[in-house]
Write a new protein. Structure first.
Length: 465
């Protein structure tokens, strides 16, 4: 008895087939197959899915034509049966039942079509995460379907459980969980078209990607090779390495262009032509446009809407950038890198000093780049950075850090050239006498501008004596 095909409307239309009538006497457990069409997700590339109507075992072939793919179907079916450990006698029966096509008709079972839609959705989701059409491995996709579960009469069966029950003379639709280990003769293969498991192929791909990157960067790539580090799953390592490779390729070949050209030469209204209450909406529109092209702009300080809009639509547009279109790659600008905000930078540096000084677990060495080595003074006496660290450590030995309530920088006084600044403020301490006001200890620091990097030249804080 030869094969009966039930094709979906799309397949019948694409193949210009007039469906034939089929009598039930021509159908058995082995010879009825549904055929449906699915897209690979890549332009012009389609697959036919041949699905066994009873077990839902599935074979994928490249193309839209039943006539042109039928021989490929038989070859792929034979390969799947062998790698999934089907008994030779059963393979012979299935081969005989699919040797030739006796008739092509319409689909006739909604439940079967619902299960097939589940198979197609699963396959499409997997196709969508592949980088190229050539990366789709139909052997792996067929193995995946053999391992799937489908609902049937308030329980679940799978293609593998269906066939295992079938060869043991059981009801093929018995729940998959009732199948004993000793009855699991047919098992989904873990091998792909290269004869490797998924993990083996991923490991091989990862090693090749590392070798390629090492050659390009001129240094070893030790990702996932440190013995004392937690190992990344192979598929995550693979994605990371592919992103690195794409990034390197883009950097090497990217052309320089202006932000204005990168955005497609948009039109912006002049800042002075926009009313105050519409500026916020205009800024939001520009920020959204930048975001679509993976450009982010931060303003650390607070500025007027006019300054922000003028910067975004005029000054930033002239900035040269690399034209790189990599998902997740962000080109980041900070306004203060164009227009240094000295008061903000100085206040931030003082905040860091105070925070680390009064944190017993603070790393004082983080402050070292912010000290002027040649002309540093501590409480009006020449000192080294080591002297400063010792003074802070002595303070920690004699004071509980919990008594520090807060601090404030009150004044900043620059010299004429804005190369030096004197800052004054106070640090508030809890009063040991209950009910009394907190105690304020005054501090004074001077800083020197070294290429927009502010360094301490004098720290005066009496408790550090």
């Amino acid at each position: 008895m030869c094969m009966i095909i039930r094709a979906t409307k799309k397949v019948l239309t694409a193949n210009k087939i007039k469906p034939q009538k089929i009598t039930e006497q021509k159908i058995n457990n082995l010879n009825e197959w549904y055929v449906t069409l699915l897209s690979s997700g890549f332009k012009g590339k389609y697959f036919l899915a041949y699905v066994h109507s009873k077990s839902l075992l599935t074979i994928f072939t490249e193309g839209k034509s039943i006539k042109q793919t039928f021989n490929t179907f038989k070859v792929r079916l034979n390969a799947l049966l062998h790698r999934s450990s089907f008994p030779n006698a059963l393979i012979a029966q299935i081969t005989e039942a699919t040797l030739n096509v006796e008739a092509i008709s319409t689909t006739n079972n909604r439940s079967t079509l619902a299960h097939i839609n589940q198979i197609i959705a699963h396959a499409r989701a997997r196709f969508d995460i592949t980088d190229t059409y050539q990366d789709i491995d139909l052997d792996v996709e067929e193995n995946e379907v053999l391992n799937m579960l489908f609902s049937y009469d308030k329980h679940y069966f799978g293609p593998a459980s269906w066939w295992n029950n079938y060869i043991h003379g059981n009801d093929p639709y018995l729940p998959a969980y009732e199948l004993g280990k000793e009855q699991e003769i047919i098992k989904p293969s873990e091998l792909n078209k290269l004869g490797l498991t998924n993990d083996e192929e991923l490991h091989m791909q990862n090693q090749m990607l590392k070798m390629d990157l090492e050659q390009k960067f001129g240094k070893p790539i030790s990702l996932n090779e440190e013995e004392d580090m937690h190992k990344l799953p192979l598929f995550i390592e693979n994605e990371f390495l592919k992103h690195m490779s794409a990034f390197e390729q883009q950097i090497r070949t990217a052309k320089e262009t202006t932000v204005f050209d990168l955005l497609g030469k948009p039109t912006f209204k002049p800042t002075n032509s926009i009313t105050e209450h519409k500026l916020a909406a205009e800024i939001k529109r520009v920020v959204k446009l930048l975001g679509k092209h993976n450009i982010m702009v931060d303003f650390i300080g607070e500025y007027s809407p006019q300054i922000i809009h003028q910067f975004l639509t005029v000054e930033l547009m002239e900035k040269m950038v690399s034209d790189m279109r990599i998902p997740g790659f962000i080109t980041h600008f900070i306004y203060e890198e164009f227009h240094p905000n000295h008061e903000l930078a100085i206040t931030g540096t003082i905040n860091m000093l105070v925070n680390i000084m009064f944190d017993e677990e603070g790393d004082l060495d983080k402050l070292k780049p912010h000290f002027e080595n040649d002309h540093f003074m501590l409480n009006y006496e020449k000192a080294t950075f080591v002297d400063f660290k010792n003074a802070v450590n002595r303070f920690h030995l004699t004071h509980n850090p919990e008594i520090v309530l807060g601090y404030e920088t009150e004044t900043l006084k620059f010299d004429e050239l804005k190369e030096n600044v004197k800052a004054r403020g106070y640090i508030a301490f809890k009063n040991p006498i209950k009910g009394k006001h907190r105690i304020k200890h005054r501090f004074m620091v001077t800083l020197k501008n070294d290429e927009d990097w502010w360094k301490f030249t004098h720290v005066f804080f009496e408790p550090l004596n």
